[in-house]
Design a protein around this ligand. Structure first.
Ligand SMILES: [Zn+2]
Length: 279
């Protein structure tokens, strides 16, 4: 599933490619992708003829601001992709559910094999009221400038396993299974350490690991994993998976101590870590 870095890469691509463009037409072939609307006509009518003024991100949600009061909200779910095409003559990939064509030429395709992703239009000023998930999003680790002391307070207020807490969208928005493992390895902390048990030094290490890991991941254009192929707006895979140190590395030598990376089952998923380097 795409996490914060992948969505941020897309946001930056979209910002360059679609801001200022006017929507000429919208085609919906997979109605599940626009399931919050009564029907596809309602979705199409809210977009038709509008100009795109900005592309923002909240957690893993993309917010495409339109002229007027509305915004198009996009969530990629497990397998959603946004792909730019120069013209309709470029063959659409399988599972293309929504196509937005611009008057200036070019189009944007929403492709989603597993259909957990979605698109919908709502009033920009009412995003929090209309979208339950947005109202409760926690701090954005890329956008929020916060002192590490405050971060320490937030950790101490909770009594949760670190991996749980990092993945809790109400605590911090945008981190999932991959980046929580990478962050905790970088910080030298175990996935099951309790958030209220950290020393000042450990809080600082975790704080630094979060921003460094996410910024590096954006720099290398996100992670593309074998099963849920993430690609950017131009169809290119990310490169950050080459820099993963623990995620999906079970049995491979730890890059710090050479001991094999361990795997534990946790809340129905796997977590990868080094038993020696993470305490
Ligand atoms: Zn190690």
């Amino acid at each position: 599933m795409p996490e914060l870095p992948e969505v941020e890469v897309l946001r930056r691509d979209l910002d360059k490619e679609i801001v200022g463009k006017k929507i000429k037409s919208v085609e919906v072939t997979g109605t599940r992708s626009v399931r919050r609307h009564k029907n596809k006509k309602e979705f199409i009518d809210l977009l038709d003829g509008h100009k795109i003024t900005a592309v923002q991100r909240r957690g893993k949600y993309l917010i495409v601001k339109l002229d007027g009061a509305e915004a198009l909200v996009i969530h990629l779910g497990m397998s959603g992709q946004l792909l730019r095409a120069k013209s309709a003559r470029e063959k659409a990939p399988k599972h293309t559910h929504v196509v937005i064509t611009f008057t200036q030429g070019g189009l944007l395709r929403f492709v989603d094999p597993r259909t957990f992703g979605e698109m919908f239009v709502t009033k920009y000023d009412e995003l929090d009221e209309q979208v339950e998930e947005l109202a409760h999003l926690g701090i954005d680790p890329l956008e929020t400038a916060m002192a590490w002391e405050l971060f320490g307070h937030l950790l101490a207020e909770r009594h949760a396993r670190l991996k749980n807490l990092l993945m809790d969208q109400k605590f911090m928005a945008g981190i999932g299974n991959v980046y929580s493992d990478e962050i905790l390895f970088t910080a030298g902390l175990r996935w099951d350490r309790m958030s209220d048990s950290l020393s000042q030094q450990e809080i600082r290490r975790l704080y630094r690991a979060i921003s460094e890991t996410l910024q590096d991941a954006v720099k290398y254009r996100g992670s593309s994993l074998a099963d849920e192929q993430y690609v950017d707006l131009f169809g290119n895979t990310g490169e950050y998976q080459q820099y993963h140190q623990v995620y999906d590395h079970e049995g491979k030598p730890c890059q710090r101590c050479r001991r094999p990376i361990a795997r534990a089952r946790f809340s129905n998923r796997s977590t990868f870590y080094c038993e020696a380097c993470q305490v």
